[in-house]
Design a protein around this ligand. Structure first.
Ligand code: G3H
Length: 249
């Protein structure tokens, strides 16, 4: 069976109640392909999750942007996987480069988080990607393989994992990877999964691209054989997110 196209909208640390309601209204009124053609998941900040979940059309789903690495308790400021499950939030983004870089989340910590979130029944958008220095040094494939290995070492079931390849140099910069650059890394990642996990997971795991995706560049990226969708930042706050969803067909 083919891999269902996946479009995630990562709203990052943006929005007021009014702005969030406006985005949801736009999404609710949008004409998009059926749920069996494209899976749409939006990821507002924690504080807006219940609001968005209550207002959003039922064929779109919600995701948190992070969760704690283990069971909740005395961890001031953290939000546990159990809490997300309790609120009926099905997805969580883990290992975004902004957290890896600014908050020093290591590969191992990200692997532990992915494993714990999955163990609690959450579905995970696991982010990986190289910096500009690493790309220029020719280590892109090694870097993303190492990040993926740290996850693969901790999990045995990939059914509820989407891998998001997000080159750090393309995030929020307007500098999108070319379709060929994205395809090259996605294919290398799929080969890594084939060789180090198994052929079945390699064929079924969705590898999505993130980094300055917009309404203008999504179509050509979506045509690449190993690009199974997108994780969109800035453009997910705008009406053009609907065009990106529609690039699935
Ligand atoms: O999670 C999304 C990525 O960080 C991409 O962000 O579309 O604003 O470049 P961007």
């Amino acid at each position: 069976m083919g891999r269902k196209f996946f479009v995630g909208g990562n709203w990052k640390c943006n929005g007021t109640t009014e702005e969030v309601k406006k985005i949801v209204t736009t999404l609710n009124e949008a004409k998009v392909p059926e749920e069996d053609v494209v899976e749409v998941v939006v990821s507002p900040p924690f504080v807006f999750l219940p609001l968005v979940k209550s207002l959003l059309r039922p064929d779109f789903h919600v995701s948190a942007q992070n969760c704690w690495v283990r069971k909740g308790g005395a961890y001031t400021g953290e939000v546990s996987a159990e809490m997300l499950v309790n609120l009926g939030i099905p997805w969580v983004i883990i290992g975004h480069s902004e957290r890896r870089q600014i908050l020093q989340e290591s590969n191992e910590f990200v692997g532990d988080k992915v494993a714990y979130a999955l163990s609690q029944g959450l579905k995970v958008i696991a982010c990986i990607g190289e910096t500009l220095e690493q790309r220029e040094a020719g280590t892109t494939t090694a870097v993303v393989a190492e990040q993926t290995k740290a996850i693969a070492d901790k999990i045995s079931n990939w059914d509820n994992v989407v891998l998001a390849y997000e080159p750090v140099w393309a995030i929020g910069t307007g500098k999108v990877a070319t379709p060929a650059q994205a395809q090259e890394v996605h294919a290398a990642l799929r080969k890594w999964v084939h060789d180090n996990v198994n052929a079945e997971v390699a064929a079924s795991v969705r590898i999505i691209y993130g980094g300055s995706v917009n309404g203008g560049n999504c179509k050509e990226l979506a045509e690449q054989p190993d690009v199974d969708g997108f994780l969109v930042g800035g453009a997910s706050l705008k009406p053009e997110f609907v065009d990106i969803i529609n690039s699935a067909t």
